[in-house]
Design a protein around this ligand. Structure first.
Ligand code: SF4
Ligand code: SF4
Length: 286
């Protein structure tokens, strides 16, 4: 069972929820797809780590064969090619590795070369298998790394997998939730939080995913994110309190469920609710 945890912006509590759910589940897999700023490994401190470089193919020009027709330049929608002073220049930082220019070149002057865009680490923390994608700074797209993390490291289907998605609702998030059985949307109790929640709400609806909301940093009084859920008839899975003890544990990169039975109970109960939701969805669709 794959559970994706997402939010419209960073700092909402996405990693807090996914890390603690994975730890509460005991035997599980945690995949950090927030590859521009991965921090799940800071909590898990995985041991026995293995590393693998992730590469993409980008074009390489043979200036002897290139006749300067500029067909490849016109073709590239990412402006990654320019023909300047009788030379084809490849701006590899913005190349999305689509390979189209190579197919399009009538002179076969373009071939592929590998470029490293980052690395994937795998390790263990108690009974949690931890995968971390680390994208090099300035890379145009992390999609190949997300694919590697999610599709080539598929754990057994009976194992619980928690996907810590990138923030927002762009392509990398879409790829991260594509195969998820359930999505947890994490929201803050502010008007701005509602705006961010709405972004991911629209996304999971578009992908026709089953989902529920975790309201984070809840205090007494009005909660605009909660009002949004009630208005839209969205299932509220849990209300995590605005709690200084939890905040201190989190800011010290401690996994709350491993430190305190109160949090073990809180996240185990959330996990139970999510599993029931998935079960319910599976039964009602079969
Ligand atoms: S399409 Fe081929 S021949 Fe034309 S400019 Fe590009 S690399 Fe050169
Ligand atoms: S591979 Fe695609 S993105 Fe990269 S330069 Fe060629 S056409 Fe542009």
């Amino acid at each position: 069972m794959k559970i994706a945890v997402l939010s419209g912006k960073g700092g909402t509590g996405k990693t807090l929820v996914s890390v603690n759910l994975a730890a509460a589940a005991k035997t599980s897999t945690y995949i950090d797809c927030d590859i521009e700023e991965p921090n799940g490994h800071l909590f898990f401190k995985p041991e026995n780590t293995q590393e693998e470089e992730i590469t993409i193919n980008i074009p390489k020009v043979d200036n002897e064969l290139c006749n300067g027709c500029r067909k490849c330049v016109d073709f590239c929608k990412f402006n990654a090619l320019a023909y300047i002073k009788e030379k084809l220049i490849v701006f590899e930082e913005v190349c999305h590795s689509c390979g189209g220019c190579i197919l399009f070149c009538p002179e076969e002057a373009l071939t592929e070369r590998e470029k490293v865009i980052g690395k994937v680490q795998k390790g263990t923390s108690d009974q949690v298998t931890v995968y971390t994608g680390i994208l090099n700074t300035g890379e145009a797209s992390g999609i190949p790394m997300i694919k590697k993390l999610l599709h080539e490291n598929t754990p057994p289907s009976n194992k619980l997998t928690f996907i810590d998605c990138p923030p927002g609702s762009a392509c990398m998030v879409m790829d991260s939730i594509k195969d998820a059985d359930y999505c947890i949307l994490v929201a803050e109790p502010t008007i701005f939080g509602v705006h961010n929640l709405n972004m991911v709400y629209e996304l999971v609806k578009l992908f026709n995913k089953s989902f529920g909301v975790v309201l984070n940093k809840c205090v007494e009084g009005d909660n605009p994110a909660e009002r949004f859920c009630v208005e839209k008839n969205i299932k509220i899975l849990s209300r995590l309190p605005f709690d200084s003890e939890l905040g201190i544990l989190n800011s010290n990169a401690k996994i709350a469920v491993r430190e305190n039975e109160k949090y073990q109970a809180l996240f185990s109960s959330l996990l139970e609710i999510v599993q029931e939701e998935v079960q319910h969805e599976t039964t009602s669709h079969s």
